[in-house]
Design a binder for this molecule. Structure first.
Ligand code: C2E
Ligand code: MG
Ligand code: MG
Length: 697
């Protein structure tokens, strides 16, 4: 840059000249566009390269050029006004200037016009210093916009927001103020911890110490001192040029209440409000852990309402619910704090005696519960007495886990039911064995035929009063490889449920007829076997045909067979009466006799039976058992025998065990007897040996 200064040089200029080279370097290197114009003519005196490039030229080419030539008329006009202002004010002036050029982004400058005074004191030169402020301006504008956006966001947000820096709150939004019921000035400048619940402060301090984003549950304290469950999401943020911590504060009051409600529903029975199975099992597991550690005892009482289904069916579900609620209340009163009460569902309640208790104390407690439940109750205006049965299992004797204790208490409850209800029973190991056995029977029954595990036992029937063998009843047994000999009472009903009974019945018929053939061949003139039927067999459409086919297979006559039906099979209302009649007629026509088993336990009337082709009534053993002691049993048996005889139906008394019973039955002119007095049911071999030694004719 060459500077040609007018007039004699002042001392300062002399110094500048002396360091001309440094000055040149300085003007070329400062980040400022620099030029000097004659204040009056506006012709360029000198300029640095940065200035020259800005206006599109080289420093040398600008010297002497008029401002209009350099920047054009429009800018020159503005420049003129500014320079005039500077001259008038006689001091440097500063203004922003935006350079707009086609094809370029706007460029902003910070422009300083600095006057240089001549000897006379008037302004001779004007120094122009232009600093490019475009990037600074953009950054400032952006920061400003960000802050503005944030502010709008803070105000619009429904969630609370707080900014804190160096342990002090610097800003909060209106929602947070509303949440806490404070004014802006109450909060700003304070420590955030002042508003956080004491027990949540440690976590908050830890979260504030980290710079990464964190989300955690916490609690604030309202101005009135109440606690507000919140969730904080905190992160670092650039705010007004510095890094501050910002937290979004979510009010969790409703969500916490919802969660509590959901938890309550998940853990309680909705009808009675008692603990439900889930809660029971959770708490029982804890109690057992404690009892195991302290070697104490614990009792599980399984309570089931007697005949609840009957109440529900006859009075309706609303009445059933009312009863359950009343029972729940009564149990609650009796249980107090020492016991955990729950409803498993249906009419089942479970009480856990939590404190170590003796066997006798538990028994007394169960008795108290039963007494309380058996108090008369008013349901829908009806006064009634409803009882319950209780089964008890004790820790550690009867089980170690909640599941096993509950299962065993349940088994004991069934025992209480089977022994007359309205009572309680303690679990004992034989009950568990019975349950295991029932399971084994159910799972293995299907294979028993194939494995040839069934056997028939035979029980003789003697005519009265002469004692002639008139036939045998075939009674099935299952010789189980592990459980030993199992009676029909334990598996016939199961077989019926599993639809195995028709196949088993077919096996029985075949086996019994095969045996009869053997006896016949051995010299017993006309043996007759009585076979028990199940209703599924009797109702099968091919029933008669399958019986006749079996007789043919063994070359036997109908007279060799008697079929035992129960009253219920004949009376079943769902059955087609005409079909029953036809089946019986077909059997009778083939010479097969028909006996009604367990007579007197069903609801049939003799007048109805009269219409059916029936040969024999088997008087149920329950009448025979009490015939000596009960006037009723005596009278019923006597009337049955008399009426049957008058209708031409034979009678046989089952379950005769004593001579006294037999004597009475003989007096009543029963036609035959069967029972332990004569012989127990026996295997075919035993029966044959019995035949040899029997004293009958
Ligand atoms: P049920 O037909 O009434 O048979 C008489 C039951 O009384 C037999 O029991 C017999 O052992 C028993 N009993 C005989 N005499 C006396 C006595 O003097 N005192 C006492 N207390 N009991 C006596 P079991 O063999 O246990 O059979 C029970 C029931 O199982 C039978 O009652 C019958 O209904 C059914 N059942 C037996 N075998 C079969 C079968 O092959 N098929 C079908 N469907 N049911 C069968
Ligand atoms: Mg029978
Ligand atoms: Mg019977």
């Amino acid at each position: 840059m060459s500077v040609e200064l007018p007039g004699p040089l002042p001392t300062r200029a002399a110094m500048l000249l002396a360091t001309h080279e440094q000055l040149r370097a300085l003007t070329e290197n400062v980040p400022v566009s620099l030029a000097c114009f004659d204040a009056r003519s506006l012709c360029c005196v000198c300029a640095n390269t940065r200035f020259a490039r800005l206006v599109g030229g080289e420093p040398a080419s600008l010297i002497g050029k008029h401002c209009v030539e350099i920047v054009g008329e429009k800018i020159a006009e503005t420049a003129r006004l500014r320079v005039d202002q500077m001259c008038a004010e006689r001091q440097q002036i500063k203004f922003d200037y935006c350079l707009q050029r086609p094809g370029y982004d706007d460029t902003w400058f910070d422009v300083h016009l600095v006057p240089d005074f001549g000897k006379t004191g008037e302004v001779t030169f004007c120094y122009v210093l232009m600093t490019n402020t475009t990037s600074h301006r953009t950054a400032t504008r952006q920061a400003h916009e960000t802050a503005e956006r944030l502010r709008k966001f803070m105000e619009a947000s429904t969630e609370g927001m707080v900014f804190h820096d160096g342990g002090k709150i610097v800003d909060v939004n209106p929602p947070l103020l509303r949440m806490l019921d404070y004014r802006f000035e109450d909060i700003v400048g304070e420590s955030p911890l002042k508003f956080i619940a004491l027990d949540a402060q440690a976590e908050a301090v830890a979260a504030m110490a980290v710079s990464r984003e964190t989300t955690y549950d916490s609690a604030l304290i309202h101005r009135n001192g109440s606690r507000i469950p919140v969730q904080f999401s905190s992160r670092n943020l650039l705010w007004d040029g510095k890094v501050v911590r910002m937290s979004i504060v979510r009010d969790m009051t409703e969500r916490v209440a919802d969660a509590a409600r959901i938890h309550f529903l998940a853990m309680h029975d909705s009808l009675t409000g008692l603990a439900n199975r889930t809660q029971l099992m959770e708490r029982l597991a804890l109690l057992l852990e404690g009892a195991g550690a302290t070697r104490t005892q614990l009792a599980v009482l399984f309570i089931d309402i007697d005949h609840f289904k009957r109440i529900n069916d006859s009075l309706g579900h609303a009445a059933g619910d009312e009863l359950l609620v009343t029972f729940a209340e009564r149990l609650k009163t009796e249980c107090g704090d020492g016991a955990l009460l729950s409803r498993l569902g249906g009419d089942e309640f479970v009480v856990i005696q939590k404190l170590s208790v003796s066997h006798d104390q538990t028994a007394a407690f169960a008795r108290r519960l039963l007494d309380a439940l058996a108090e008369p109750i008013n349901i829908q205006g009806r006064r009634m007495v409803v009882t319950a049965s209780i089964g008890i299992a004790r820790f550690p004797d009867d089980g170690h886990s909640g599941d096993s204790l509950l299962k065993n208490a349940d088994a004991a409850m069934y025992l209480a039911k089977s022994q007359g209800r309205a009572t309680f029973r303690f679990f004992d190991a034989s009950l568990a064995q019975a349950a295991d056995q029932a399971l084994a029977i159910e799972t293995q029954l299907g294979d028993a035929i194939r494995n040839q595990e069934f056997e028939l036992f035979y029980q003789p029937q003697l005519s009265e009063p002469d004692g002639v063998l008139i036939g045998v009843e075939a009674l099935i047994r299952w010789r189980h490889p592990v459980l030993g000999l199992i009676g029909p009472a334990q598996f016939i009903a199961v077989a019926e449920g599993l639809q195995l009974i028709v196949a088993i019945g077919q096996w029985v018929l075949d086996e019994a007829l095969a045996q009869v053939l053997t006896w016949k061949s051995a010299g017993w003139p006309e043996p007759r076997v009585a076979v028990n039927l199940s209703s599924a067999q009797f109702r099968a459409s091919s029933f008669v045909e399958s019986v006749l086919a079996a007789l043919r297979r063994h070359g036997l006559k109908g007279e060799n067979l008697e079929l035992e039906l129960t009253e219920r099979m004949l009376m079943d209302e769902s059955d087609d009466a005409a079909a029953t009649q036809a089946t019986l007629a077909a059997l009778t026509a083939a010479g097969i006799s028909v006996a009604i088993d367990d007579f007197g336990t069903g609801y049939s009337s003799l007048s109805h039976l009269r219409t059916l082709p029936i040969d024999r009534l088997k008087i149920d053993q329950s009448f025979v058992r009490e015939i000596v002691d009960s006037r009723d049993c005596f009278a019923i048996t006597e009337a049955t025998i008399r009426l049957a005889s008058s209708l031409g139906i034979l009678t046989i008394a089952e379950g005769v065990e004593t001579e006294a019973q037999r004597a009475i039955l003989r007096q009543m002119h029963v036609h035959a007897t069967q029972g332990f007095l004569i012989a127990r049911p026996m295997s075919s071999g035993d029966f044959e040996r019995w035949l040899q030694t029997a004293k009958f004719a």
